[in-house]
Ligand binder design. Sequence first.
Ligand SMILES: Cc1cc2nc3c(=O)[nH]c(=O)nc-3n(C[C@H](O)[C@H](O)[C@H](O)COP(=O)(O)O)c2cc1C
Length: 208
Amino acid sequence: MEFYEAIQKRRTVRDLSDEPIDPQILKRILSAGFAAPSNDHMRDWHFIVLTDRQVIQKVVGKIPKTVSPKRVEFIMRSWRLNDECQQKMYADAIPKQYQMLLHAGCVVLPLFKQKGNLLAPRSLSALNAFASMWCCIENIFLAATAENYACNLRIPLGDEAQYIQKELNLPDDYALPCYIGIGKPKETFTAVAQKEIEIEHRIHFNQW
Ligand SMILES: Cc1cc2nc3c(=O)[nH]c(=O)nc-3n(C[C@H](O)[C@H](O)[C@H](O)COP(=O)(O)O)c2cc1C
């Protein structure tokens, strides 16, 4: 797939088929992650690839399994989500957080080495490892798209990350920025509209 086509085609897909991914394709997708810029040149990233359905079920076990429409509405109100396009995205996303990972072809847990407290950085550069990890994750999303797969992601909430750390015996000095589900989009999948922007209003030459 051509580069700009992959960029345009990449979407967050929360309706994935649980058909397993060819390990060679997965290796190419994760290798693309390792080609991302890394703050300290060390590319100190690891990936736990979950293919065993029982392990996936255990790992996603802390995510709420169902969220009623009433609860979704309450969450959106309390987060003050007033934009219609944004509301549609959250209305789609909130109830699918558990299923989108449970039924993915595989779940990938990216890990990066974090020195110091990620939640209390003393400077912008204290966040460099976190920022690099996200460059790596975007490469993975684009590579998966180019391979005709799709991804979704969830930021661990509450004690989800500590739970996974313990269950999978992850080293203490590595942090988990998100869960990634990878798989083939289900035939019934329809994408939520992306927020429209006018590029001319977002690019500023020489001054704001
Ligand atoms: C930093 C970050 C955090 C996100 N957190 C979540 C999440 O917890 N759950 C989820 O379903 N999607 C999550 N997303 C996906 C966004 O909802 C999605 O990228 C956005 O709605 C735009 O849609 P698109 O990816 O299809 O263009 C996150 C994306 C980013 C970049």
